[in-house]
Design a protein around this ligand. Structure first.
Ligand SMILES: *[C@@H]1O[C@H](CO)[C@@H](O)[C@H](O)[C@H]1NC(C)=O
Ligand SMILES: *[C@@H]1O[C@H](CO)[C@@H](O)[C@H](O)[C@H]1NC(C)=O
Ligand SMILES: *[C@@H]1O[C@H](CO)[C@@H](O)[C@H](O)[C@H]1NC(C)=O
Ligand SMILES: *[C@@H]1O[C@H](CO)[C@@H](O)[C@H](O)[C@H]1NC(C)=O
Ligand SMILES: *[C@@H]1O[C@H](CO)[C@@H](O)[C@H](O)[C@H]1NC(C)=O
Ligand SMILES: *[C@@H]1O[C@H](CO)[C@@H](O)[C@H](O)[C@H]1NC(C)=O
Ligand SMILES: *[C@@H]1O[C@H](CO)[C@@H](O)[C@H](O)[C@H]1NC(C)=O
Ligand SMILES: *[C@@H]1O[C@H](CO)[C@@H](O)[C@H](O)[C@H]1NC(C)=O
Ligand SMILES: *[C@@H]1O[C@H](CO)[C@@H](O)[C@H](O)[C@H]1NC(C)=O
Ligand SMILES: *[C@@H]1O[C@H](CO)[C@@H](O)[C@H](O)[C@H]1NC(C)=O
Ligand SMILES: *[C@@H]1O[C@H](CO)[C@@H](O)[C@H](O)[C@H]1NC(C)=O
Length: 589
């Protein structure tokens, strides 16, 4: 009797033992149960030289490896000592005492962090294509308090530092910080080279501070791309210095614009965090805002009813047979692309949702017949690809360009899919590189109801309950269930470079950005870094394993200044039985 009670107690303790909550989960990790304290006197070296850091340090030169690493160290130590996490939400009520080390019993300390980079960075490190920079790292921490971080590139050092942060907690006593997990041994590398967030700054205006904060969160999640959907038919906030009228007339308000200095500062801030900022100018559709400054280039601006001419108001597309458009694009790209190329290997030239009807209104074309439009569009896209190549940039286009319009691309062009798994398969089977943003999983704006107003006199019942087109909302579990290479052979999967979660901004701006993006973007971040399958068993990772880590990760992001949404009620995170908040099996749960 006594014996069996002891066994039950042992099982309970095992279930209750704390999870090592690192997000995204490393490729391999082993931890122990020795607690070590850490303080700001930790001796840090980078390739043998001491790293002297100050909080808030930003590199001047974002191609200087030592400066990049110093920035990473500054952020990591700030995250531990200034915005550290007391993990009360993740432990049963009144139990934190048994998790926290006793500060008065001669505890041991983390004394050093030795950072070694095994290869020199090159210019490619700071403007890589997917897979061109080795982001792997190894991290160890001995029970004697010596930490070692080894990486091939400075980008790998940044990734490892973000993991280092997550080994530590703040003590409830105040001025103390500790890890309960020594010794630690981690080996880690990403599954996909392109791990991004699409931010739409054209449907609603975002102050730059929201973009900076998003770059921070992207880097904490070991993601590496910010895709800035910079212009659309609704507004053109991106300043083009050689043609100032484009933004002053095309922006929602003449001062709600991003200057050339803003763009460069954002690009550098991103590079310093191992994030590449990719600018998109969407065309030949989605460009109606240009008609405020250059009406001669655009057809179907604000055409009525909008749904005959485009997917959402206001419509507006480039004329497809116009030398004026060609001349404008020469000027636009000669202005913008030299400012993109120092910080990115890519330029995104859009190409989604072109409605053939627009060309019916174009005096230079006058028809929507695809056999007439296809060669015009091929010429349009080829000219843009040549402009990008002339500036040493590879292009992104949306999937309709090859799939709806049969346009032939360059061999370095990457296609962004959004319409479903079969698009990915069709493209990779043609040898085309793909990143995925499948709207059924990774469109984070979906499922919050209709933003179009219905006509006066329309019965409520006609459209009740006013769903949007991509209902339902994408819960983190749905986001997590999607791997872009799910249904592909290994050979096909090689052409899938990664993916992006997308936050289209019809009903988003700085006020709800964080809660919409995080932690659901983190769920995609883990799929793209670690995969959603357990590498040992090949099985899908259990939500019972993933959800406690995501809960803690959300708390860490919150402490660091991103107001990520809650994952669950605290009851679930404090439960001492991980099955407590699991749903009964079967449909409907
Ligand atoms: C720590 O781990 C060791 C080795 O697994 C084990 O023998 C020991 O009981 C553990 N100590 C505690 C306090 O859990
Ligand atoms: C293009 O970029 C790559 C990578 O940064 C660089 O090595 C190469 O020299 C560049 N080529 C030109 C023509 O600028
Ligand atoms: C990490 O350790 C593994 C195993 O020892 C080794 O193969 C790999 O090269 C190491 N990676 C780095 C970045 O040091
Ligand atoms: C093109 O316009 C016609 C009306 O002229 C409309 O019936 C048709 O649905 C439109 N096509 C698209 C793809 O919107
Ligand atoms: C394009 O415009 C030229 C004149 O500028 C005209 O000759 C040609 O037929 C047009 N092409 C089409 C497909 O309409
Ligand atoms: C092309 O325009 C005709 C009307 O001129 C319309 O009936 C047809 O639906 C349009 N086709 C497409 C693909 O929009
Ligand atoms: C593209 O090719 C497919 C298959 O050959 C064809 O059905 C379709 O009409 C073509 N589309 C255009 C716009 O040419
Ligand atoms: C891609 O195209 C370029 C330019 O046409 C060519 O030099 C290169 O060999 C091609 N690469 C591959 C892998 O086909
Ligand atoms: C992907 O594979 C799953 C499981 O094999 C299957 O249920 C699903 O229909 C497939 N999706 C596509 C688009 O082929
Ligand atoms: C694993 O996840 C994939 C992708 O979501 C899904 O198709 C498959 O059914 C899952 N397998 C199990 C056993 O749940
Ligand atoms: C955990 O909760 C489940 C469901 O309530 C229960 O069946 C199981 O016995 C509990 N396990 C422990 C160790 O308490």
């Amino acid at each position: 009797m006594l014996l069996s009670r002891e066994i039950v107690t042992t099982i309970l303790l095992a279930v209750a033992s704390p999870v090592v909550a690192i997000w995204p989960i490393p490729t391999s990790i082993t931890t122990g149960n020795t607690s070590l304290l850490i303080n700001q006197n930790i001796a840090i070296t980078y390739n043998g030289a001491p790293v002297v850091y100050t909080y808030g340090y930003e590199p001047d030169d974002v191609q200087d490896s030592a400066q990049i690493v110093e920035g990473g160290v500054s952020r990591a130590l700030s995250a531990i000592f200034q915005t550290g996490l007391v993990p009360w939400k993740l432990h049963p009520k009144n139990s934190l005492d048994s998790f926290e080390p006793d500060l008065y019993s001669g505890p041991k300390w983390v004394t050093s962090l030795t950072i070694k980079q095994t290869s020199q960075d090159t210019t490619t490190t700071f403007r890589p294509k997917a897979g061109e920079v080795d982001e792997s790292y190894n991290l160890t921490l001995s029970t004697a308090g010596a930490a070692t971080l080894t990486a091939v590139s400075s980008t790998g050092v940044l990734r490892g530092l973000e993991t280092f942060v997550q080994l530590f907690y703040e003590h409830t006593d105040g001025n103390a910080w500790y890890t309960p997990y020594a010794p630690v041994s981690i080996q880690d590398k990403p599954k996909y080279g392109h791990r991004g967030v699409l931010m739409d700054v054209a449907r609603n205006w975002y102050d730059v501070k929201h973009i900076y904060r998003t770059i921070d969160a992207i880097s904490w999640n070991k993601m590496n791309r910010l895709h800035l959907h910079a212009t659309d038919s609704q507004s053109w906030p991106l300043e083009i210095p050689s043609m100032p009228e484009v933004a002053t007339k095309g922006a929602y308000r003449s001062d709600l614009t991003y200057g050339a200095d803003d763009l460069e500062a954002l690009q550098k801030y991103a590079v310093a965090r191992g994030v590449e900022l990719i600018v998109e100018i969407d065309m030949p559709g989605h460009i109606g805002s240009l008609s405020w400054s250059h009406p001669e280039l655009i057809v179907a601006y604000d055409a009525f009813p909008y749904f005959w001419w485009c997917a959402e108001p206001p419509c507006g597309a480039f004329k497809l047979n116009s030398s004026d458009v060609d001349n404008f694009l020469d000027k636009l790209f000669d202005d913008l692309l030299p400012r993109v190329a120092p910080y990115s290997a890519y330029f995104h030239m859009g190409g989604d949702e072109l409605n053939a009807n627009d060309s019916r209104l174009d005096p230079g074309v006058g028809t929507n017949a695809s056999d007439v439009l296809q060669p015009l569009l091929q010429k349009f896209v080829s000219a843009n690809l040549a402009r990008a190549a002339a500036h040493n940039l590879s292009a992104f286009v949306w999937e309709e360009i090859p799939l709806t319009w049969n346009v032939t691309l360059n061999n370095d062009t990457v296609v962004q899919t959004w319409l479903g798994d079969s698009s990915i398969k069709t493209l990779v089977d043609q040898g085309i590189k793909v990143i995925d943003s499948n709207y059924n999983y990774w469109y984070l704006d979906c499922g919050r109801g209709q933003w179009l107003n219905f006509a006066n006199g329309e019965a409520y019942s006609t459209y009740y309950p006013f769903n949007d087109w991509c209902d339902p909302a994408k819960n983190w579990r749905l986001v997590y269930s999607h791997d872009p290479a799910n249904n592909l052979t290994d050979e096909e999967a090689k052409l899938v470079l990664g993916g992006e979660v997308a936050l289209w901004s019809e009903t988003a701006d700085g006020t709800n950005l964080d809660t919409l993006l995080w932690p659901r973007g983190s769920a995609a971040g883990e799929v793209l870094w670690s995969g959603n399958k357990d590498p040992l068993t090949g099985q899908n990772r259990s939500q019972l394993d993933v959800s406690p880590r995501l809960n803690e990760w959300r708390e860490r992001m919150l402490r660091r200044g991103v107001t990520a949404a809650p994952v669950q009620m605290v009851w679930c995170t404090q439960a001492d039985n991980s099955t407590e908040c699991s749903a009964p099996a079967g449909p409907g749960y």
